[in-house]
Design a protein around this ligand. Structure first.
Ligand code: ADP
Length: 167
């Protein structure tokens, strides 16, 4: 199942929320800042133990004071119109799905839900429609039946783009 919603991702009662982090994994602006504020200091403490994260990769932590159980921190590309940008953005979604799949299996769960923000389309400047196409492709390519995916749009523009692409 793939669903598009317009919401603040920090309010979602899903199993896993994906964070559009930066390489330090120590918090930042935008959705990253909102997640760290809501989750609290313990999240920062766990993130300090992770040693940062490369662009396109993903690492999982607990959710702390967020409504979700786990947070996957992934680092999107800073848009520069290079060939590596779509590859890195694709990998953010694909590697996050892979971590969600491992979480499902490691915990013998029947199903998990995961919510993605529009990675790289804020401060990192990725063109919104291109980014949405890559996000949808990566999630569809992942092809895990028992993972419910929510694309979480913060603004009307992203919401409309995802609705149009998914209909
Ligand atoms: P990046 O640095 O990867 O571009 P940003 O946080 O600046 O990350 O933006 C990524 C996307 O997250 C943008 O579409 C922005 O509107 C959205 N966003 C910001 N805050 C929230 C939030 N609380 N919930 C969901 N999406 C958010």
């Amino acid at each position: 199942m793939i669903k598009v919603i317009k919401e603040d991702i920090t309010n979602l009662d899903v199993d896993i929320v994906v964070n559009a982090a930066n390489k330090s994994l120590l918090g930042g602006g935008g959705v990253d800042g909102a997640i760290h504020r809501k989750a609290g200091r313990e999240l920062l403490e766990e993130c300090r133990t992770l040693g940062g994260c490369e662009t396109g990769k993903a690492k999982m932590t607990n959710g702390y004071n967020m409504p979700c159980k786990k947070i996957i921190h992934t680092v999107g590309p800073i848009y520069s119109n290079k060939e590596s940008d779509p590859v890195n953005l694709y990998n953010c979604y694909f590697n996050s799905m892979r971590l969600a799949w491992d979480y499902l299996n490691d915990n013998h769960l029947d199903k998990v839900s995961i919510a993605f923000p529009c990675i790289s389309t804020g401060i990192y400047g990725y063109p919104k429609k291109e980014a949405a196409k890559i996000a949808i492709k990566a999630v569809k390519d992942s092809n895990y039946d028992n993972i419910d995916v929510y694309f979480v749009c913060f603004g009307d523009e992203d919401y409309q783009i995802y609705l149009d692409l998914l209909q």
